[in-house]
Design a protein around this ligand. Structure first.
Ligand SMILES: [Zn+2]
Ligand SMILES: [Zn+2]
Ligand SMILES: [Zn+2]
Length: 151
C-alpha cells in the first residue's frame, strides 16, 4: 500500500465511512485529477470493479459526508470534484467558481475565485449556489498559441 492510499483510507475513516474497494478506487481517481470527473467517465474508469448502482451509492455517500461536490456541466451532466478540507457532513463550503472549458470540456474548481456574495429578497434562503464560467482553459490557450506560432 502506498502513501497516497493510506491517506485516502485515513480520510474515509475520519469521515465515518468503512473502507471498501470501490470507495477507495473512486477516491483515488478523483483525487488524482486536476479537474472534475464526469459520472460517465468515472463509470468507464471503474470498469468492471463496480456496477452503476454501487458507484451511485459511493458518490452519494461521499457527497453527504463532505468529501466531494457535484458540478453540472453545460450539458447537465454530473461531474464530481474533491472538496477542500473545510467541507463536513453538515455543510459544504465550495463557494468557488467552476470553469468549464469549451475546448477540452474539463471542469476546473477555481478554489481561489470565490463566488461573489449578494443579497436575496427577504424570506429567501440560498442553500446552494452554482456559478460556472465557460471559455478556454490555460492549457488549451497554450495549445492554441503554439499551433499559431507553428503555422
Ligand atoms: Zn464540499
Ligand atoms: Zn481546455
Ligand atoms: Zn469545485
Amino acid at each position: 500500500m502506498d502513501n497516497n492510499t493510506a491517506l485516502l483510507e485515513e480520510l474515509l475513516v475520519k469521515k465515518g465511512l468503512k473502507r471498501t474497494a470501490p470507495r477507495l478506487q473512486v477516491l483515488e481517481i478523483l483525487s488524482g485529477r486536476d479537474s472534475a470527473t464526469s459520472q460517465p467517465y468515472l463509470e468507464q474508469l471503474m470498469g468492471k470493479s463496480a456496477d452503476r448502482v454501487t458507484l451511485y451509492r459511493v458518490l452519494q455517500a461521499f457527497e453527504e459526508k463532505g468529501i466531494i461536490h457535484k458540478v453540472l456541466d453545460s450539458h447537465g451532466t454530473a461531474n464530481y470534484a474533491i472538496c477542500s478540507g473545510k467541507c463536513t457532513a453538515k455543510a459544504h463550503h465550495d463557494e468557488h467558481v467552476h470553469f468549464n472549458c469549451n475546448r477540452c470540456q474539463k471542469i476546473y474548481c477555481l478554489d481561489n475565485v470565490k463566488v461573489p456574495s449578494f443579497k436575496v429578497p427577504a424570506g429567501f434562503r440560498v442553500n446552494h449556489l452554482n456559478l460556472i464560467a465557460t471559455g478556454t482553459c490555460a492549457a488549451c490557450a497554450d495549445q492554441i498559441n503554439s499551433s499559431l506560432l507553428n503555422q
